[in-house]
Design a protein around this ligand. Structure first.
Ligand code: ADP
Ligand code: MG
Length: 332
């Protein structure tokens, strides 16, 4: 059994928004991430999947403390990140990097690739100028670009090439963990698999651990070892990948699978078309947050929030169909 690299416990990120309502001011609380717990093993790729707005990016950024979590604990490599001083955090940052969805807005348009890649090395005091140049030459080749690209600016590249630069930047400090936040969502489908293959090759070469964020299940199918499905700021199911694909439990996970086209026409999948929109995280339904759209909804779902519960080894689901409560909420 592999070691745990990252342990996230009861992570919450709430945003308070002041709002004026008929002349009276009111506070609105957006529960972007609401009590999320999971752990990631060294060397694995852990998928975080769910519709847009369910809190994936907020979770990823709160874990790295790029934004301050409202509550919860994040242990990384045996250290409690949530208790570190800014200086200690800076040292840990080297080990945890992020790749953003939109490589264009995350790369400074006025800087050459050389400068973009050198900046984190300078900030962290890595090597002298010559050593940094050598490192950057190697980095640019590792991500499949060439030395001649270093003097160019971000707008001179295609989307896929820009994402390769974003990946090179994330790799420059030799991190242990990379949070890849929808790294291929902005790319053409034909380019997506090239970037995913690159991420997989780099994982093998450098022993990386990934949290791979995606809004649909087709993208994570090949790359992830385990997957957590999020809905309205919470995890509704966590499982080893194959088990999730073969026997999804939560009705929301099943609905997400229905949205993935099945390439084999002989396989008949149960199609679930979800009614309605995702409710606002400022006004999440009581009980199970999914009950307003769930085709299997029961009375209990409208009042009692189901806990994420282990339903078979390594498979956790937050659904009353699986948590052994009867319709009155008593454990049976
Ligand atoms: P995802 O990455 O899954 O699309 P996000 O984490 O970006 O979702 O957002 C989760 C929820 O939190 C959304 O409803 C979003 O509008 C809200 N949110 C994100 N950032 C902020 C912010 N800085 N202030 C207020 N609300 C925010
Ligand atoms: Mg996002």
């Amino acid at each position: 059994m592999s070691e745990t690299l990252l342990q996230v416990e009861h992570l919450k990120k709430y945003y308070s928004l002041g709002k004026r309502w008929f002349g009276k001011s009111e506070q609105q609380v957006i529960k972007a991430v609401d009590d999320v717990s999971f752990s990631v093993l060294k060397g694995e790729t852990f998928g975080l999947v769910g519709e847009s707005g369910c809190g994936k990016s907020t979770a990823g950024r709160s874990i790295l403390r790029l934004i301050e979590p409202t509550a919860g604990r994040v242990q990384f490599n045996g250290q409690d990140l949530t208790s570190l001083t800014p200086k200690e955090l800076r040292l840990q940052r080297k080990d945890m990097q992020i790749v953003f969805q939109d490589p264009f807005s995350s790369l400074n348009p006025r800087h050459t690739v050389q400068r973009i890649l050198e900046e984190p090395l300078i900030v962290h005091g890595v090597g002298n100028a010559k050593e940094r140049r050598n490192l950057i030459s190697r980095l640019i080749e590792v991500v499949g670009l060439s030395h001649s690209h270093l003097q160019r600016y971000p707008h001179q590249f295609s989307g896929g090439q820009r994402q390769r630069i974003g990946i090179a930047r994330a790799l420059s400090l030799q991190p242990k963990l990379i949070v890849a936040d929808e790294p291929v969502s902005a790319l053409d489908v034909s380019i997506q698999s090239q970037v995913i293959n690159l991420l997989q090759d780099l994982q093998e070469e450098f022993g990386l651990t990934y949290i791979f964020i995606a809004h649909d299940l087709s993208v994570v199918k090949h790359i992830c070892d385990r997957i957590a499905v999020m809905y309205l700021g919470r995890i509704v199911e966590i499982s080893e990948k194959n088990r999730l694909y073969e026997t999804p439990q939560h009705p929301y996970t099943k609905a997400l699978f229905s949205a993935v086209p099945e390439p084999d026409p002989d396989i008949k999948t149960e199609r679930i078309i979800l009614q309605g929109e995702v409710p606002s995280p400022a006004n999440a339904p009581v009980g199970c947050a999914f009950h307003t759209r769930c085709p299997m909804v029961m009375d209990i779902c409208q009042t009692l929030r189901p806990e994420l519960t282990e339903t078979e080894p390594g498979h956790l689901t937050a659904c009353h169909l699986f948590t052994g409560s009867d319709a009155t909420g008593r454990a049976v």
